[in-house]
Design a protein around this ligand. Structure first.
Ligand SMILES: [Zn+2]
Ligand SMILES: [Zn+2]
Length: 190
């Protein structure tokens, strides 16, 4: 069985049961628990499953409770929002990639995962490995500099070809939003 087949089975299992044990998965896939641990680690990095003290569970963004941006306190919708997962297992939501980067900047030591949605494909992606399009001309009326996330360079590049904006990776995008003094998104909350 190929790794991708196993990972599909793992994702299916956690979606059908609340909690799944590594030993159960290893029995179903007929490979060692060590192999399953590696698969789970990969899926966790992709933001598709979560390791908890009870076992492996699906990530359920709705469990965050609050739909207010953890950085600027604006309402956080689903399309642009980014979820931050901390090392104490608490979670926060931000209205968009802009606030996610600034929140990360404040709490970088505690952030274990950042989960967002590809702006075009609407798939769940790991924001730490995303491609960012900054300051496109698409009027979305969230924060400035506008920050959109894409899973792959190819879509980001095509998007920027039509709507403008600069492509960056995570390491470039954080200082970019930090240095931009034009954003007033948090002015009433500091
Ligand atoms: Zn915000
Ligand atoms: Zn925003």
């Amino acid at each position: 069985m190929k790794p991708l087949e196993r990972q599909k089975i793992i994702v299916d299992m956690v979606h059908h049961h609340d909690v799944v044990q590594v030993s159960d998965i290893s029995r179903v896939c007929q490979v060692s628990e060590m192999t399953i641990y590696r698969d789970v680690q990969k899926l966790e990095q992709e933001g598709r499953v979560q390791k908890t003290s009870r076992g492996i569970t699906a990530l359920v963004p709705e469990q965050t409770g609050s739909d207010t941006c953890a950085y600027c306190q604006k309402p956080a919708g689903d399309r642009l929002s980014v979820q931050l997962v901390y090392n104490n297992r608490s979670q926060e939501k931000t209205c968009c990639g802009h606030c996610a980067l600034l929140r990360f900047d404040e709490k970088s030591d505690e952030v274990v995962q950042m989960i967002g949605r590809d702006f075009l494909l609407d798939t769940t992606i790991n924001v730490r490995q995303a491609v960012f399009v900054m300051n496109s001309s698409l009027p979305l009326f969230c924060c400035s500099p506008q920050t959109l996330v894409f899973q792959r360079q190819e879509e980001a590049r095509k998007f920027a070809a039509g709507f403008g904006g600069s492509l960056m990776n995570f390491e470039e995008a954080v200082p970019f939003v930090r240095q931009d003094m034009g954003c007033a998104c948090r002015s009433s909350h500091t």
